[in-house]
Design a binder for this molecule. Structure first.
Ligand code: IMP
Ligand code: MG
Length: 179
């Protein structure tokens, strides 16, 4: 499909699924080697990461691998920070474990910064960040990304788990907003 319409916006095909699959396969191979003795706990950040997680995890062969699907709840509070972040769905013990965060996309880095602060309080052994897409030019909160999938310009994309106002997550290819 060359283009799709979501709500009132048109998106054009930007990257075929096969290219994205290859990047994920390479990432899985690197992880299998680098994390082979770590019994990692993969934290898949919903909703956007469901497809990336599924594609990646099928290729992970590390003994002791666990996966938890979590959701970030953020809401404004009356605390001085003005923001409280919580992880919904996290049942596994974090303390002393190697955590691999799986994100669909890192844009400003704001969500990841808050997530890191939250997880660090739980004393993990190590936190590793893996993202399928990232936009280096959009970064406002610099964070160390261990596994960077595909670099994007400052454009809005959908597909491969990413949505525009709830639509478009289901497409295996990546689409870019037509301006
Ligand atoms: P952050 O700015 O790095 O905190 O990214 C926040 C969230 O914005 C991501 O987790 C995505 O859900 C969403 N997001 C950022 N860029 C895009 C995009 O191009 N398409 C769809 N969602 C995006
Ligand atoms: Mg997200």
């Amino acid at each position: 499909m060359g283009k799709i319409v979501l709500h009132d916006k048109e998106f054009r095909l930007f990257m075929k699924a096969e290219k994205i699959d290859q990047v994920i396969t390479n990432m899985a191979e690197e992880m299998n080697e680098a994390l082979k003795n770590s019994s990692p706990l993969f934290l898949s950040i919903l909703n956007g990461s469901f497809m990336f997680t599924s594609d990646l995890i099928k290729q992970i062969t590390i003994p002791g691998t666990q996966i938890s699907f979590v959701k970030i709840a953020s809401y404004c509070g009356t605390h001085s920070t003005g923001e409280i972040q919580e992880l919904i769905g996290l049942k596994e013990e974090i303390r002393n474990r190697t955590i691999v965060i799986l994100e669909d996309i890192i844009d400003s880095g704001r969500s990841m910064k808050h997530l890191l602060e939250y997880l660090k309080q739980k004393s993990p052994k190590k936190i590793i960040i893996a993202t399928l897409f990232y936009k280096p030019k959009a970064i406002v909160y610099p964070i160390p990304i261990d596994y960077k999938g595909i670099e994007l310009e400052n454009d809005f994309v959908v597909g491969r788990g990413l949505d525009f106002d709830g639509l478009g997550r289901n497409y295996p290819d990546l689409y870019i907003l037509n301006k």
